[in-house]
Design a protein around this ligand. Structure first.
Ligand SMILES: [Zn+2]
Length: 164
């Protein structure tokens, strides 16, 4: 999450509250939410981001397993070429394969990370967020304004919020 800074006194704030802890200025002024609910929303945002990070970590271990299989296949192919062929050309192929696998690895991790996060979001988190915002009577627009203020651009929740 971002380091919040007070618009009024410029102090860097150590915690995510709706009010500056030094000068008491209200940080998210243009929403009809009560102060108490703003604090609740900010806490909830933090929790939801953690939920997505946990989903990503869980998925990463699966992707790692898959890539290990690819890597072992590459090792077996390389060994086969080394064992049964002495010309220089196969070494070039081994190197080429290594490059291809390396690029594939990066692509697979990226695609699956993104996919697993969106899946988690659509399967359960979206509903949980809807229900929660409804329960504290927080409009989606207000919620998004606070979320975009509080979250880093590269955080997972920030990325899925455009679909929310
Ligand atoms: Zn302040």
């Amino acid at each position: 999450m971002k380091t919040l800074q007070c618009h009024n006194c410029g102090a860097k704030l150590s915690q995510y509250t709706y009010k500056c802890e030094y000068c008491q200025s209200v940080l998210f002024a243009d929403s009809p939410l009560s102060a108490e609910n703003k604090t609740k929303v900010i806490q909830a945002i933090k929790g939801w981001e953690n939920t997505l990070v946990a989903a990503k970590d869980n998925n990463d271990s699966k992707v790692f397993g898959g890539c290990l299989v690819i890597f072992l296949a590459w090792g077996a192919i390389s060994y086969g070429i080394y064992r049964f062929n002495n010309s220089q050309v196969p070494y070039f192929i081994v190197g080429l394969l290594a490059t291809v696998f390396f690029v594939l690895f990066g692509a697979i991790v990226n695609i699956y990370e993104d996919k697993s996060i969106r899946q988690k979001f659509n399967q359960s988190l979206r509903r949980e967020m809807d229900d929660y915002l409804l329960s504290i009577n927080c409009h989606k627009t207000d919620f998004k304004n606070i979320a975009f203020e509080v979250l880093e651009k590269d955080s997972w929740l920030y990325k899925v919020l455009s679909d929310f």
